[in-house]
Structures are given as C-alpha cells and as structure tokens.
Design a protein around this ligand. Structure first.
Ligand SMILES: C[S@@+](CC[C@H](N)C(=O)[O-])C[C@H]1O[C@@H](n2cnc3c(N)ncnc32)[C@H](O)[C@@H]1O
Length: 202
C-alpha cells in the first residue's frame, strides 16, 4: 500500500518507531512522543513561498515529517539544509531522504554552517516551550543572525503549553524581534494539538 505522497505505508512505521525511541532517549529535547501530523505539516509549509536559488533551513527535522513536504514544495528550486541533534532521528532522516543535506549538530550553531550565506526561510521543529530562557535566547539569536532581511521564520507551539512561562516568553521574543507575527488557529488533528507562528524579519 502506498500513501498519497508516494511513501510506502509499511516504511512509515520505521520513522514513527524511531521517533518514539528518540523521545525515550531524550524527552525534553525531542518534546513530543509522536511526529507531526500531515495537518500540522501543511500548516507549517503551505504558506511559505519558495523562489529559485533560495536557501531554506529546517531546525529539528526529527525523522522528516516537514522535510518531505518541504522538498516536494521546493521542487528543486533551492537548497534545503536540515539540522538535527538526535542521533536516532538524523540516522532515520538520512535513510529516508538521502538527498537532503543534513547536519548533526545543535541549531544554535547554524550561522557557522551557513556563513557567509543567509537563509530566506527558517522552519523550526524545535520544542521552544521546553527550553531554558538562556537556550531560547541562543537559538533565536542564531535564527536572527541567519535570516535575510524580510526572511521568514516558522515555528510551532503545543496548545497545552500556551501559558507556560517559557512559551509566553518565546511569544514575547517573536513580537520584539520580527516585523510581523501571524498565528494560525489550533490544529486539532495533531498529537498534541498545536498552532503555528509565521514571522517576517525586520
Ligand atoms: C518536537 S520534535 C519535532 C520533530 C519534527 N520536526 C516533527 O515535527 O515531527 C523536535 C526535534 O528537534 C530536535 N532538537 C531538539 N533540540 C535541538 C537542537 N538544539 N538542535 C537541533 N535539533 C534539535 C529533536 O531531536 C527533535 O527531533
């Protein structure tokens, strides 16, 4: 049996199990026990516009839920760079999407890998609500340093964590540092339900 995006369903079990394994190894950093649903992937990727020659970055791709759709939407019109810290997840990502350029390192080191280039779009799969304040600041500084003026930053947040101090702090930082911040309604067809921020750099 084959899913709508052409990936055989039996092979989808592998990425999900690997993702659960990565969560059991490091629950705080992975932040969710299940990869993002197709509904959340579309809410993240569909509003992004890609132009030929764009440099697009994905932070925390996990086993590739957003990555697969991103590659499909970019359709060879630019370069996608994915940075993942979990050894389990990056191994699975590389197995599933061997043509995607991947870096096994923390997202806070992104400027080092991009320089002197900057990204026109940075998609985050990171669990911002689980980060300590100092880590949030380092990650966001790396994002801001790596984006072109007017560039787009996309991040999701889990609905149940909306009023956590770390989530409120992240929201404030987005409003302070970006020219425009838009939030989608809650996507209930995701476990756990989540919403998406689309932000444009000053
Ligand atoms: C909530 S999961 C999302 C995974 C995937 N994007 C999805 O939506 O299914 C967060 C991912 O970010 C990765 N991650 C956490 N901290 C990271 C860091 N500092 N640098 C790069 N990746 C990180 C985790 O290993 C995990 O794969």
């Amino acid at each position: 049996m084959t899913s709508s995006n052409g990936v055989k369903s039996e092979t989808l079990r592998g990425p999900r199990l690997r993702f659960v394994e990565s969560f059991l190894r490091d629950p705080l950093s992975v932040g969710s026990c299940w990869p993002s649903s197709s509904a959340l992937c579309h809410a993240v990727v569909d509003p992004c516009e890609f132009q030929p020659g764009d440099t697009v970055v994905e932070l925390g791709p996990g086993t590739g839920a957003f990555t697969e759709l991103l590659l499909e939407r970019m359709d060879g019109r630019g370069r996608l760079l994915a940075m993942e810290i979990s050894e389990t997840n990056i191994a699975e990502l590389r197995r599933r999407l061997p043509h995607c350029q991947t870096i096994h390192d923390s997202a806070e080191h992104l400027p080092k890998y991009l320089s002197p280039r900057r990204a026109t779009c940075i998609i985050s799969g990171l669990a911002w609500g689980n980060m300590l304040a100092a880590t949030q600041d380092r990650m966001l500084a790396a994002v801001l340093k790596s984006l072109t003026p007017g560039g787009q930053f996309v991040a999701f947040a889990y609905a149940h964590a909306t009023w956590f101090p770390t989530s409120r702090r992240f929201r404030r930082r987005l409003q302070e540092n970006f020219a425009r911040v838009k939030r989608t309604p809650i996507i209930w067809r995701n476990f756990p339900p989540a919403y998406v921020y689309h932000c444009w750099r000053k």
